[in-house]
Design a protein around this ligand. Structure first.
Ligand SMILES: Nc1ncnc2c1ncn2[C@@H]1O[C@H](COP(=O)(O)OP(=O)(O)OP(=O)(O)O)[C@@H](O)[C@H]1O
Ligand SMILES: [Mg+2]
Length: 272
């Protein structure tokens, strides 16, 4: 497919296409600690990009700069090629960037539709809550994501982990997300529910949504991601197409900072 030599900077990227998100020179320090140190990373439409690295590598800080939850010290964010001055979560949402945190942040005691419209409720022309319209809309969105979901009348606390995840995803994408950030989406799930989330991710991909998948689970990343970045001590060790590297090589990137031949090395790669 790619005629570029492995190791060339454009290798594994879609040449000529404008990335959905492009972050360059992203940095954030806390006191003397370089939590994120000049990271370059991009994401194309319909692509799942895995972000891997040990505890404290800088994954969450990086992604929080994109979601506007943390203010960056330096760096540029472009969305569809245009500079996007993202300084708070509202800005990120305006650019169609939505984040699903591990905690999901659902309101446990109300149903799926109420969660979907939490804080953005639909109202009738008399100003009362339009429950019928919200449920109809919830059925439409959930039907697209998870056609087997039928438990619309129950509080979300009664749902399984995978179903709760689909409610959280529905809420994120319903308001026009183009970019979805998922921080450890399967960490608390069993195998069946993990499979359900995998189906959801495939569905979103097919709709052209770009996904950053932050995960400790190298198997999840290999199953779901098109490309991956490994971060170590705030720097990119390397970027690779998932198909062109082995799990052992990726473990070597995570643990040793060693960049294999089929990956594009970043500033954090050790030289041997
Ligand atoms: N608000 C903060 N104040 C000070 N230091 C912070 C803050 N947030 C993160 N850090 C530090 O920045 C570094 C990167 O943290 P980050 O949370 O991005 O790691 P991570 O890769 O997401 O790890 P994990 O896999 O454990 O979630 C760590 O050393 C962390 O202690
Ligand atoms: Mg984290």
């Amino acid at each position: 497919m790619s005629e570029l030599a492995a190791g060339s900077p454009a290798h594994n990227t879609r040449e000529g296409e404008t990335p959905l998100v492009e972050m360059t020179g992203m940095s954030k320090s806390f006191g003397g600690l370089h939590a994120v140190d000049r990271i370059d990373i991009n994401l194309f439409p319909g692509e799942v990009v895995g972000i891997l690295g040990h505890n404290g590598a800088g994954k969450t800080v990086l992604i929080k700069m994109l979601s506007g939850a943390i203010r960056r010290d330096s760096g540029t964010i472009r969305v569809n090629g245009e500079e996007a001055p993202i300084n708070n979560p509202r800005d990120a949402k305006d650019y169609g960037i939505e984040t699903i945190y591990q905690t999901l942040a659902l309101a446990d005691n109300v149903d799926a539709a109420s969660n979907l419209f939490l804080g953005r409720e639909l109202r009738t022309r008399w100003g009362t809550l339009d429950d019928a319209a919200m449920e109809a809309e919830a059925r439409k969105v959930m039907g697209r994501l998870n056609p087997r979901f039928v438990r619309f009348k129950e509080p979300v606390i009664a749902l399984s982990g995978g179903q709760r995840q689909s409610v959280a995803i529905a809420r994120a994408i319903h308001f026009n997300a183009h970019v979805l950030i998922m921080d450890e989406p399967t960490a608390a799930l069993g195998p069946q529910e993990t499979a359900q989330v995998a189906d959801l991710i495939k569905q979103l991909k097919a709709e052209g949504i770009g996904i950053f998948l932050i995960s400790h689970d190298i198997h999840d990343v290999f199953d779901l991601a098109d490309r991956l970045y490994v971060i170590k001590s705030g720097q990119v060790v390397g970027m690779a197409s998932t198909k062109e590297v082995t799990k052992d090589e990726v473990l070597g990137m995570i643990i040793l900072g060693k960049c294999p031949p089929n990956a594009v090395p970043g500033p954090g790669a050790i030289r041997d």
